[in-house]
Design a protein around this ligand. Structure first.
Ligand code: C2G
Length: 153
């Protein structure tokens, strides 16, 4: 049985998220999704609209997902790979080359799949006009799929 692991915030679950989950599952037989806790999102400078429990439940309802675990730190990934007997970590291409994943190559495969263009949590909010008149900030907490690939531990 080939076991796959992926990480993310998965806020305002959208087609891009579903597509990465679908393709990740297609690479194996069992998909573990590590979803960022609200506290870890703060470390990632993200503020999700849905809290952790809600995002976890939504992911558990997705047919491709077999298990949802919390992502609490940048450093837990080696442990996750060992604890869940992971064969491959799969991420969207916006993470390609990021040290948080490249460092896992000694314990599992690391695969980046093309990001689904034209959709992101930030775009959804902008398209729905969920911004204050002065556009200074969103009426709902800021969260964004876009992030700098220079993210480090
Ligand atoms: N994604 C995608 N296409 C999109 C949007 C997102 O393929 N249009 C992918 C991302 O590349 C990522 C996953 O969906 O692999 C989850 O994206 P986010 O919820 O934005 O998660 P992120 O902030 O990238 O958190 O430790 C890693 C982090 O937890 C990843």
């Amino acid at each position: 049985m080939k076991r796959i692991l992926t990480y993310g915030t998965f806020d305002l679950l959208h087609f891009g998220h579903i597509e990465i989950l679908r393709r990740a599952k297609a690479l194996g037989d069992y998909l573990v999704v590590a979803v960022s806790t609200d506290e870890f999102n703060a470390i990632k400078h993200k503020k999700a609209y849905h809290d952790y429990e809600t995002r976890k439940k939504m992911l558990e309802a997705v047919r491709y997902v077999d298990l949802v675990i919390p992502e609490k730190t940048w450093e837990q990934k080696h442990n996750d790979v060992k604890e869940y007997h992971i064969d491959a970590v799969v991420m969207g291409s916006d993470w390609e080359g990021n040290e948080n994943f490249e460092c896992l190559r000694d314990v599992c495969d690391v695969i980046y799949l093309p990001r689904t263009e034209g959709i992101s949590t930030t775009k959804i909010k902008k398209d729905l006009g969920l911004q204050n008149p002065d556009n200074s900030k969103n009426q709902i907490p800021e969260t964004s799929d876009e992030h700098k690939s220079s993210k480090t531990k």
